[in-house]
Write a protein that binds this ligand. Structure first.
Ligand code: GDP
Ligand code: IMO
Ligand code: MG
Length: 437
């Protein structure tokens, strides 16, 4: 069994919580794209973890974790996280953590280029996490990137760093920033690469053998559908493919080996950074945005940036369901809406006076989109920690059913709090099947 977990909105849907919950039923958890731009929070009792590069399965001591070929890996960030997790009592050994020899490395000049590029864009900036993600993927597509396997040969590493830095420094200096020095980079990176060496593996072969042996594999998407470089709100996207097709490429497994796709959907929407967000709560809805931000703790888990908040957007989520082929949906953060008297759901768009029910490829012109809302009554009672669907207030059940009808996909899991056991698994759902298999 291979199941992919994918964010359906603009990220931070609660993928970490759901992966952690499901990991118990799986043998291997693998990331397939992105890098430490992700921030997946997991709460276990009184311990809080924020996973950036490492799969959320890492906190289960008996699970093997994989960093797939589609990822971009900053060796410094990698070991900071490994050491941080070790301090929290989690042992991370090469036996249970495999890093793809084909993954690309994020180098210090990628971080510098990310800064330079954002400064240069000024008002049109993407609002990236400044982790060097975009520039590392640019080098990959430009066929000058440094893969983990290349870095294991000191001579090749030196050659590539010197060559790539020459070009990077020209851009960095052109915009008045401090050029970097190859010897300093090599001095910093070389011991990290040596420490990385035992973790390096042929991960797609490893996953293939694991599948043959009947092991269950969970593929953990980072970022989300609307941040996908092909399908998201380009150019306000990340530089990888979080969508289901990306899971096959980025983990190095055949597409038909994937047994199911689980979409993670919040009961409302958020976005960090710049870019179109049709249902954003602005102006007179600002106090609603503040309420949700506080109740939902909507601050970036990596950057602590306040997340922009908006109403649930069924047009965008239907689009995500169609692109990824969601078999089931995990609906998170139901409890955050407990206090609301009324809840709006965007069921369509109006563009230039015309009703549109599909997600259009617009970027700058999103101001032309007028969401068409349906307003539902709020339940105004406490759902925190509820574990059975029929124990939810009638109006909350109605809201969940309404979202499922709007998306056209079953909701198989409802999350009623950040903790593992604050979860409803819907009886007879596809999700329940995966859970009990
Ligand atoms: P991810 O990037 O998709 O893994 O999501 P993040 O971890 O960045 O953000 C989701 C936040 O919501 C985290 O702080 C989670 O602990 C929290 N969370 C997840 N599910 C629920 C829920 O059902 N209710 C509440 N109140 N918080 C939740
Ligand atoms: P998780 O996995 C939310 C956003 C950034 C920016 C854009 C590009 O926790 O859901 P990048 O640094 O990737 O080049 O930035 O993508 N972004 C995220 N937003 N959650 C994430 O990850 C994100 N990762 C990147 O804010 O708008
Ligand atoms: Mg996050």
């Amino acid at each position: 069994m291979i199941i992919v977990i994918i964010g359906a909105q603009w990220g931070d849907e609660g993928k970490g919580k759901v992966v952690d919950l499901l990991a118990d039923r799986f043998d291997i958890v693998s990331r397939y794209q992105g890098g430490h731009n992700a921030g997946h929070s997991v709460y276990v009792g009184d311990r809080a973890f924020v996973l950036r590069l490492l799969p959320s399965g890492i906190i289960h001591p008996d699970k093997t974790c994989v960093l797939g070929n589609g990822m971009v890996i900053d060796p410094k960030a990698f070991f900071e996280e490994v050491d941080q997790i070790a301090q929290q009592g989690i042992d991370v050994t090469p036996e249970r953590l495999k890093v793809s020899s084909r993954a690309h490395l994020i180098m210090p000049y990628h971080r510098a280029l990310d800064h330079t590029s954002e400064e240069r864009l000024g008002n049109e900036k993407i609002g990236t996490t400044l982790r060097g993600i975009g520039p590392a993927y640019e080098d990959k597509a430009g066929r000058r990137g440094i893969r983990v396997a290349d870095a294991l040969s000191p001579d090749i590493l030196k050659l590539r760093v010197e060559r790539n830095l020459e070009e990077a420094n020209r851009i960095i200096a052109l915009f008045g920033n401090q050029p970097l020095r190859a010897d300093e980079i090599l001095e910093e990176i070389t011991p990290l690469i040596e420490r990385l060496r035992p973790f390096v593996a042929e991960t797609s072969h490893f996953l293939s053998e694991a599948k043959k042996a009947g092991k269950k594999i969970l593929l953990e998407g980072a970022q989300a559908t609307l941040l996908d470089v092909d399908h998201g709100t380009y150019p306000y996207v990340t530089s990888s493919n979080p969508t289901a097709g990306g899971a096959s490429v980025g983990a190095g497994i055949p597409p038909h080996h994937i047994t199911g796709v689980l979409g993670i959907v919040r009961t409302y929407a958020t976005r960090v950074g710049e870019g179109p967000f049709p249902t954003e709560m602005l102006d007179e809805e600002e106090s609603m945005a503040n309420l949700i931000r506080e109740r939902g703790n909507e601050y970036g888990s990596v950057t602590r940036r306040p997340r922009r908040c908006g109403w649930f957007d069924a047009v965008a989520t239907r689009y995500a369901a169609e692109l990824n082929g969601f078999d089931s949906i995990a609906l998170t953060k139901l409890d955050v809406l407990d206090a609301l008297e009324e809840i709006k759901v965007c069921i369509g768009y109006e563009i230039a006076g015309e009703r549109v029910d599909t997600f259009p490829a617009v970027s700058y012109d999103l101001s032309q989109i007028k969401p068409v809302y349906e307003t539902l009554a709020g339940w105004q009672s406490n759902t925190v920690g509820v574990t059975q669907f029929d124990k939810l207030p009638e109006l909350a059940q109605k809201y969940v059913r309404f979202l499922s009808d709007q998306i056209g996909v079953e909701i198989g899991l409802i999350s009623t709090g950040p903790e593992r056991d604050q979860t409803v698994i819907l009886k007879d759902s596809v999700m329940e099947g995966w859970f009990s298999e």
